[in-house]
Design a protein around this ligand. Structure first.
Ligand code: F6P
Length: 329
């Protein structure tokens, strides 16, 4: 016999750095909830929305025409107040005032640390991983990663045209304060001469200078160095290349352009599945969990357990990168 659905009203919020696909996830949560007879309240500006009672009712029409939109209609913010016990007590009070049976929180690790604290105060929270860095340890994939990679690849392909014409070296900094997923995935996708990531200690002569020399010996006359912002400064790397081998690299920092844009099909499809899974887990009596991808399947993991999980960048991608620059024997 199906369990009776005890969830009658949920809050939804987006928190941390925004990511393409957040709106698609909000839409999926609202549409699934409505189908289950659940009312939805949009909590604006991340956890601050609960601290300061900043909310808006959401119905089916509220989430029309947002599927393909980047950013988040609920706004996002990093909440200092929520880090304090007083702020969290205010958040709990808002949940009670609104009669929320649960909150769906869309964001990254920081969002889920907040979710854990709120769950300890009796609020039922379900997390959906969304950050362009793809650095949430419990989930193989986070919403926004594929879109950000495609944005970066599109930009670097354009850079390659002019670097080729002028036979220059380009140093491109991509996002990823603590993680190199973006840099490695993009580096492989654009045929980078070298990729620098926070997870791998940089041996500048071996990892950059030698790579450029090898590429030059193979007859290449333009070079692409992709660096994650957490692995170093693109400007400093450009200067060192100039000082050591006399090139005059051009430096490009892609910055926040990687956070915008319409989500790719992969992010839209994944957002729909994650939003659906989040609501259905609540309907089936589950809660205080994070919706995670594991080998392409969706699973839910208790928040505390999920936060303790670590994932490691597949370093074998470096072997693939090197193989792309194999010298003629
Ligand atoms: O969302 C993750 C991220 O984009 C990181 O890659 C980046 O370092 C950081 O957010 C930038 O944060 P902010 O938008 O607050 O400057």
């Amino acid at each position: 016999m199906e369990k009776e659905n005890k969830i009658k009203r949920i809050g939804i919020l987006t928190s941390g750095g925004d990511a393409p696909g957040m709106n698609a996830a909000v839409r999926a949560v609202v549409r699934t909830a409505i189908g289950q007879g659940i009312e939805c309240v949009g909590i604006r500006r991340g956890w601050n929305g609960l601290v300061f009672s900043d909310f808006v009712p959401l119905d089916s029409e509220s989430v029309s025409h947002i599927l393909a939109a980047g950013g988040t209609i609920l706004y996002t913010a990093r909440s200092e107040e929520f880090l304090t016990p007083e702020g969290r007590d205010k958040a709990v009070a808002t949940c009670k005032m609104l009669g929320l049976d649960a909150v769906v929180a869309i964001g990254g690790d920081g969002t889920f640390r907040g979710a854990l604290e709120l769950s300890k105060l009796g609020v039922n929270v379900v997390g959906i991983p969304a950050t362009i860095d793809n650095d949430v340890g419990c989930s193989h994939y986070t919403l926004g990663f594929d879109s950000a990679c495609n944005t970066a690849v599109e930009c670097i392909d354009k850079l390659r045209d002019t670097m080729q014409s002028h036979e220059r070296c380009s140093v491109v900094e991509v996002m990823g304060r603590h993680a190199g997923y973006l840099a490695l995935y993009v580096g492989l996708s654009v045929g980078a001469t070298a990729v620098l990531i926070p997870e791998r200690k940089v041996d500048f002569d071996k990892d950059v200078i030698e790579r450029i020399r090898q590429s030059r010996m193979m007859g290449n006359t333009h070079f692409m160095i992709v660096v994650a912002e957490g692995a170093g400064s693109a400007h400093e790397i450009g200067q060192r290349i100039h000082d050591e081998i006399g090139m005059d690299p051009r430096v490009t920092i892609l910055g926040h352009i990687q956070r915008g844009g319409s989500p790719t099909a992969r992010d839209r499809e994944m957002a729909a599945r994650m939003g659906y899974k989040a609501v259905m887990s609540l309907v089936q009596g589950e809660g205080n969990c994070i919706v995670c991808t594991h080998d392409g399947h969706l699973v839910t993991k208790p928040i505390e357990k999920a936060l303790a999980e670590k994932k490691h960048l597949p370093m074998d991608r470096y072997e693939v990168l090197e193989a792309m620059h194999a010298k003629n024997v």
